[in-house]
Design a protein around this ligand. Sequence first.
Ligand SMILES: [Zn+2]
Length: 314
Amino acid sequence: MFFIGQTYAQRRIQNTKGKVNILPPAIVVLCLCGAVDVEWWRIVNNLPPIMSRHHCPYCVYAHTWSVRRHARKCTRCRREWVPSRYLVHGVRADERAWKVFLTCFLRYRTVEGVRLHTHQSRPTILKMSALVRTAMADDVPEVLQGTVEVDETYIGPQWRNRRWVERKRGTKKGRGTEKQAVFGIRERARGIVRTFLVPNVQKRTLMALMLRHIERGSTIYSDAYQLYQETPKEGYVHDFVDHKQHEYGRGDVHSNGMEGFWGVLKRRLKTTGGIKRDRLSVYVAEETWRYNNRTLSETEKINRLITFLKVFGG
Ligand SMILES: [Zn+2]
């Protein structure tokens, strides 16, 4: 099962030793249905930001003096900084630096690629990437309505690349596989998706997600999976296509929008060359955000992310 994020105290213990270490967007909320929902840990746990303006951005020490008008000084490492200059506390980058970074990030530059354009260090860039992905995971539509498509897929390494012992053991294809299941809902009118990493694709899990994130009375299009047949009982209009009968679209009835997104997602994830399983949720959230905001211009995307990042500032 997925990890549940550490408590704030545990993080603080890690952080006070040596380097500044903003942990990945680790708070993953387990819904009642067991689905993994990436939410922003700070809101979820009602906790203070990982570093407030009173924390030293160099050594994450909480005791500081106020020196001069805007500056603060750490009582431990005796270094000074001006909190108001930084967009997100604990990351020594002002708004201009963040914008340059975001431009590179949105163009899929590597860390070394970003370093050519900014004067940030490698750890800082990694920290910034983690923060941006957290912001992206947070920026999702809550409820989808109208005509929606639902579908699941499985993400994981290809079997031909696994060790021989594992390969020999084998696994099922499609439903029943050992890969990570991802459930997706796509609203047609706005062309946006929501994705969830789910522990299984049982009725209990998926129905709870649909009830929570699809407005009652909406029209659901899906494939012929048994549990979707029960959606009319919950107050939805339902129709489906049967892939086994080689039926992939009947007029308006299809889930090809969702299938299209899976295609985009898998191709993008491939380019990263392997993702740890506990970080997968964040990368899926990133690609979901990129897909949902694909119509925005680069400037609009950057401004949107900046407004989300400012909330981290605390
Ligand atoms: Zn310090």
